[in-house]
Ligand binder design. Sequence first.
Ligand code: PLP
Length: 453
Amino acid sequence: MAQTTPETLYLEVARRAGRYAAELATRRVAPSPEAVASLERLDRPLPVAGDSDQSILAELDEVGSPATVATASGRYFGFVIGSGLPVATAANWLATAWNQNAALSVMSPVATRLESIAVRWIRELLELPSGAGGVFTSGDTMANVAGLAAGRNAVLRAVGWDVGRQGLFGAPPITVIVGEEVHVSLLRALSILGLGRDRAVRIATDDQGRMKPNELPTLRGPTIICAQAGNVNSGAFDPLGELCDRARASGAWVHVDGAFGLWARASPKYRTLAVGAERADSWAVDGHKWLNVPYDSGIVLVRDPADLQAAMSAGGAAYLPTSAELDPMVYTPEMSRRARGVDAWAVLRSLGRSGVAELVESACRHARRFAERLEAEGFRVLNDVVLNQVLVSFGPSEDTRRVVQAIQRDGTCWCGSTVWHGTAAMRISVSAAATSDADVERAVSAMIRLARG
Ligand SMILES: *Cc1c(COP(=O)(O)O)cnc(C)c1O
């Protein structure tokens, strides 16, 4: 049942979304328990006859909006989550109204062209090799899967084994090297790719979670080194340059998981943290974290895009065009896909080079401010605050956990908890474009009040 013109419906949703955005400044960050309980109202049997478009939107907004976590606000510091930029949300709506399939340029010249432009801009911002190329994925996890698949196939191709045709049974073994502090997403990628989570060689890390390059074994035979740019707790970086040098000497593949940390390379002030990343072979990075592209958005880049294409190859089908030039499908595990490049293109057009650098630098400034204010109150900061991550202890683990719960319930801001070197810590991740100095003051005052209370 559709009684409304698309134009009326789209104007109505814009009005509702505008009101939602305006209320972010004053609403609580975590939804109230009542708002979450109201979701029960949505849980009815599948209707026999459909309802009107207007009433569907009204219910979605009236029941759904209050039950959101306000991750689009400036006071959400949980996980590593961006707030999204309004211009990208708006661009995303237009692209959704187009309903384009970004698999092939013949299906959508505009979506595929914007995707290749956005990927090129990102490669330039991150100062990766000019020949490198890639595509958008659903996030950093799938970018890890795609980058590691390219590496897996390339290191085995070098010893005469074609993974695409022959599979992995009977293949020469690959040594996969990770740090003790490897992100769970990367382990997941290894398990999906048949490389195994448990057979990876784990390298000891230092007090900040950085791989100790001296602990690397002698590299021989097909080898993949998985380096990390931005530890999810401390923000620290593996010694990327040293790892790449060691790999280069033996022909090993280096993959960099840089979900949020690789963006440090977009700032002249923070670039040195990730120096050497340009010498790796593949890179995974998120759009939806620090770049503040709306969900979902990740990017995989590979030094030689032919390695990515080879790993994703399906062997062809008669009805599919063979020109690979602007066909993102040939570089991803996906076939049909949403026009993710549009959102990222809008963010990059809106921020420019200096705006992305400012996004990185302001988040790092806010993180340092949190650390200073909390330390001044006598609370312990457990990590070197080199980037956007702060780990705070409010005393023994049970006290820290109690304070984190109180902060989550209070609603002024939201932080998660973690375990760092055996003790509980509160994790503050600053990555939202929406975060202002005033948001930081409001949040840190609430933290202090609740920790004292
Ligand atoms: C967030 C994160 C991931 C997973 O990224 P998704 O976009 O959630 O798939 C992987 N690695 C690191 C270091 C991360 O911070």
